[in-house]
Write a protein that binds this ligand. Structure first.
Ligand SMILES: NC(=O)c1ccc[n+]([C@@H]2O[C@H](COP(=O)([O-])OP(=O)(O)OC[C@H]3O[C@@H](n4cnc5c(N)ncnc54)[C@H](O)[C@@H]3O)[C@@H](O)[C@H]2O)c1
Length: 330
């Protein structure tokens, strides 16, 4: 028997909405659960939607009583590093405590498969690159620590109970579904590619933090992974937890580092627009290079990224229009 019915927390967000689309294309029945604290719209061409907070024990329990779920894909979180430094209480509450609430509800309703959105932020300052899963985890901020605490919680649950999980440690999610139906949208937006495209559209300058890094053009290097490649990895992870009853953590990245300057130059080429830039000093805690070694996901899950070269990522992000008639606006 294959899993059929999936609860997607954070389904109104950037990655969660892409996951709903991927799951619906693959024939799964889905329920999206989101409190709309930062998500925008839920694609109406996918399954059902429940607006609510995973910290709401009664609502969550009622949801699990009314629906049978084979697995949960858990995207819901607060995700801003800077905000997490200013408001750590919120990050431990909305990420760690809320996830514990979700796990308790899953256990009470005998749902024992989970795919978790972890982050490269759990590694902290790289000791070596590319980073593999054995790299020490020394997160530099409450956001990264909240993700690491959740991973530890998941490992303890898997040891003690009939519970199987895969934590996927994303590097920089980027791009959009090639259909153009969904796009990356955060408020505030802090991710480089949407900011560069916004600068192309508006003519307002994009701020580049640090141009004196020891790299070929002085700007720092990051690993961008196409959102659809992330979603493919979730399907494979689901198959692994379901069939092999396995648990573990996997990096998801392209293995290729692109500098901030290369991203801007590629975005200029693709949009045909100038993208004005202002240069500022480095931000504290921004490492020179953050590049993934994702061999483990390739070897053990059979994952192969298809879209994660920079020009394709930016082309898809630029083409994304998110037409209102394809979305349920709430
Ligand atoms: N975007 C990236 O590059 C990236 C990188 C690493 C990890 N991640 C992780 O991937 C996941 C999804 O990221 P995203 O970029 O789609 O973020 P997003 O902000 O677009 O989506 C998160 C969604 O979760 C919802 N949410 C937050 N708290 C909730 C709660 N208590 N109850 C119900 N819903 C709640 C928000 O309303 C939002 O729709 C997050 O867990 C994030 O930490 C993202």
């Amino acid at each position: 028997m294959r899993p059929k019915s999936i609860l997607v927390t954070g389904g109104a967000g950037y990655i969660g909405s892409h996951m709903l689309l991927t799951l619906s294309r693959a024939g799964f029945k889905t329920i999206a659960f989101d409190n709309l604290s930062s998500g925008h719209r839920i694609p109406m061409f996918t399954g059902d939607t429940v607006i609510g907070d995973i910290q709401n024990e009664a609502l969550l329990s009622d949801l699990f009583s009314r629906h049978h779920f084979d697995a949960v894909m858990h995207f819901a979180a607060s995700i801003e590093v800077g905000e997490s430094v200013m408001h750590p209480e919120h990050y431990y509450e909305n990420n760690v405590v809320a996830t514990l609430q979700l796990l308790k509800t899953m256990r009470a309703h005998r749902v024992c498969h989970l795919i978790f959105s972890s982050s490269a932020a759990i590694y902290g300052e790289p000791i070596y690159t590319p980073l593999d899963e054995k790299h020490p985890c020394q997160p530099l901020n409450p956001y990264g620590r909240s993700k690491y605490m959740i991973e530890q919680m998941l490992a303890d649950f898997a040891k003690a109970y009939d519970f199987h999980y895969i934590a996927l440690r994303y590097f920089n999610a980027a791009g959009a579904d090639p259909s153009g139906l969904l796009c990356e949208q955060h408020t505030p937006e802090t991710h480089l590619i949407p900011l560069a495209l916004q600068a192309a559209k508006t003519g307002q300058p994009l701020t580049v933090y640090g141009c004196d890094y020891p790299t070929s053009d002085g700007t720092c290097l990051r690993d961008y992974i196409h959102v659809n490649d992330l979603c493919d990895a979730h399907l494979l992870a689901l198959e692994a937890v379901w069939q092999q009853k396995t648990s573990g953590c996997y990096n998801l990245g392209s293995g290729q580092g692109y500098s901030v300057q290369e991203v801007i130059d590629t975005a200029r080429l693709i949009t045909g627009l100038p993208i004005p830039v202002t240069y500022a000093t480095r931000r504290p805690g921004d490492p020179t290079r953050l590049v993934a070694n994702a061999d483990l996901a390739k070897e053990q899950l059979g994952w192969q990224p298809r879209y994660s070269d920079l020009p394709t990522i930016i082309k898809h992000a630029w083409a994304a229009r998110a037409p209102l008639d394809s979305l349920l606006s709430i």
